[in-house]
Each structure stands twice: as C-alpha cells, then as structure tokens.
Design a protein around this ligand. Sequence first.
Ligand code: GDP
Length: 448
Amino acid sequence: VVRAEMFGQLTSGLEAAWTKLKGEEVLTKENIVEPMRDIRRALLEADVSLPVVRRFVQAVSDQAVGVGLIRGVKPDQQLVKIVNDELVKLMGGEVSELVFSKSGPTVILLAGLQGVGKTTVCAKLANYLKKQGKSSMLIAGDVYRPAAIDQLVILGEQVRVPVYTAGTEVKPSEIAKQGLEEAKKKKIDVVIMDTAGRLQIDKGMMDELKEVKKVLNPTEVLLVVDAMTGQEAAALVTTFNVEIGITGAILTKLDGDSRGGAALSVKEVSGKPIKLVGRGERMEDLEPFYPDRMAGRILGMGDVLSFVEKAQEVMRQEDAEELQKKIMSAKFDFNDFLKQTRAVARMGSMTRVIGMIPGMGKVTPAQVREAEKNLKLMEAMIEAMTPEEREKPELLAESPDRRRRIAKDSGKTEQQVSQLVAQLFQMRVRMKNLMGIMEGGSIPTLSN
Ligand code: GDP
C-alpha cells in the first residue's frame, strides 16, 4: 500500500474506521457507530471545523445505513466509497477553473495576509498561465514593504514576465490603474495584481483592497491562504468574501505537514471554491485544485475505489429487467450474449485483483485466463457477424454459408462457429426451462 504523504495523519486516522468493519457482512446502524466515531475524530484532528465535521458524519452515516448491497463489495469498501464521494462533494465536487475575460485583459486581484505566499503565487500563476499560452504582467502593489516589490521583480525575471512598479509613494489604486493601462497597451492577456498583506485583518487593508477592486474591476479576486492554518484559513476566506467579495481561494504550502483542515473546510464554510493549490517553493509548484484527486490522496485507496465503481457499473450493465424480458420472449441474441459474457469476464478479472467475490467461489488465475481467452474467441466471431445475424441467430443455424464466411473473417474454424451458435441456442433453452420452472409450469419441449 502506498501511503499518501500529504495529510498522512488524516489518512491513517480514517484507516481505523475501515479496519473496524473487517469481517462484517453488511453495513448496519450498529456496526457503523465505531467507524463513524473514528471518522469524526480523524477529521477533528485534521483541524476541520466542527460544524463541517458534524454535517459530514451525518451525511456519511445516512448513506451507509441506506446503501444497497453491491454484489462482491464488502462493507468496509462500501464505506470507503461513500466517504470518498462525500469528501469530493465537501471540496466542491468539480474542479473550479479560473475565469478569463472575453474582452480586454483578464484581471486577477490577489489578496492575503503576510507570509502566506502571495508574492510567490503571483509569479507561479504567471508561469502557470504562460504554459497555457497566455501572456501576463504583474503589478507590484505592496507599497509598505519595498522588499516585497524587489522580490516580485526578481520572481518576475525568473519566470520572464514583466512587472509593473511605481515605487512606494503612489497609492495602490493609482498603481493598479496605471498598470492596467500599460497592460492594455501591450495587449497582455492576464494582469495579476499583488497587494499588501498584513499580519492580521485590519480596516486599512480592507479599504485599500476595496478601492483597488473598484479601479480594476477584476475578473477574479483570489484570496491566498496558508494550508498550515487549518480551519482558520476557511474563516479568513469567509471574512474576505463578506468584506470585499472574492471569487475563490488559492491554498499554499500543501506540501508541508498541513493536516487537511483548510482543504476540507474552505468551500463548505465560505461557499467559495479553492481554485489553485501551491505545493512547494518552485515556480512550477502551482496546480488546479481537483477535489476528486485530493479525496483520493487522502484516502490512499485508489484500487478499492475503482473496484467499487466497476462493480456498480457491472450491476447497471446487467440490467436484469431487460434481460428477463428478452428471456421471456426467447429473443436472447448474440448482442445479449456478448454483453452477458463481458460482464462475467469483468467480474472474473476483478476477482483476480481483489480475490473476493462471493457466489463465484474461488476462481483461480488459470480459470480467469481461460475465461478471458474464450471471451476473445467469441468476440472475434460475433464481430464478424452482420447486425442482422447477431439479432437473428436462426440465420446462422440455417446457413452453412454464413457460418463459413464468419469463420473465414474471424480466423476461426467452421466448427468453432457452429459451437458458438449451438451454445447460444442451448442458453435460450436453459433460460426458457428456468422460466418455466420458476413460474411453476412444466418444462416446455423444444419446437425445433
Ligand atoms: P507573502 O508575504 O504572502 O508575499 O509570502 P511570500 O510569497 O514571500 O512567501 C513566504 C514564504 O513561503 C517564502 O519563503 C516562500 O518560499 C514560501 N512559500 C510560498 N508558497 C509555498 C508553498 O506552496 N510551499 C512551501 N513549502 N513554501 C511556500
């Protein structure tokens, strides 16, 4: 098992929950009590805010108790999947893309407290956009710290992006205006404005941001927050949103030993999505925030997730009702045959991976290989049939010429084709008989 290094503590905290379900047959109100306690504890220790934890645990328990059985999926795996889906939802579901202006330059206004990595983000973002073929320009708006301006200029040179500066004597809103004009003249695609941070929120900073925002009319207003500050980051996003109106957040320092509270709380607490994450000090270390990948990393159980998803898919594909109708009317054709066989083969190869589908008994790797070989063989022959032949197997039963053609086209022998046709008719008969027995009728005799 590859342990996800990020949020490692959260990952192992959650693991305790799955472990408690080992050996259980189904999820019940009783047997999820302990695991839910583990999940709750793990999230609180990760510094997720309490109301968020409460809602999360409630949502997961509701689903866990009401969940239907999926053939072959164990309760602990089912819970992993439920937790995963809720984590994805908690983090906003879909990736939240940056919005670009359709006319004139896109303007991104960056805000954030001191030391969160805002200046670094300016340059990282320009670098990120460059890779998408967009030109950008940085505007240095931190007039209180000359060092901050110098730092931005250096970083700008590093990523080869122009930096607009006007010293420390000009008001930030004036710098913003001049910078934007300059960018328009140069036909720059994206303008990124750096603003002054403070150690704490204060009115001066908020007023300044409001003024700059008015001048720039930005496409995006992004608050940079430090992942190490946990749920405090989520509270900050809320405050900035209420005060100045923002479009999203950028979460930095996700590479450190942050516990996950910020990543998990921001969207739920503030209603604003995390759009990008910083995962290191290099200029390349900025990427979109993908809730599904993040959840996957937290759980560190990618193989279980894809297994449960496949099992669900197989269930859907089997589509029992439709199949039954076909059986009743003895219309079971080569298309159904193929669907059915593929579903069985998929279950077979999953057994090999996971080693545990009840009802299928112990399947040996050799048996799975054999089944897969058979499937390939049949597929080749069925693919060589015309659509009409697939729907009316009778045509093949009646015509040796057709069977010969299929054998030739699929590279199999005539005997193999005949066998396949016979197999389909046997299946029809078996199904008819089965239906007869189930309905209490007598076993029907064959008409042909
Ligand atoms: P600002 O005061 O908000 O402008 O913060 P800076 O951009 O100057 O960054 C503060 C410190 O955090 C610097 O040492 C950066 O190298 C560091 N830093 C920024 N982003 C990240 C990140 O994603 N991961 C790590 N490990 N360090 C970061």
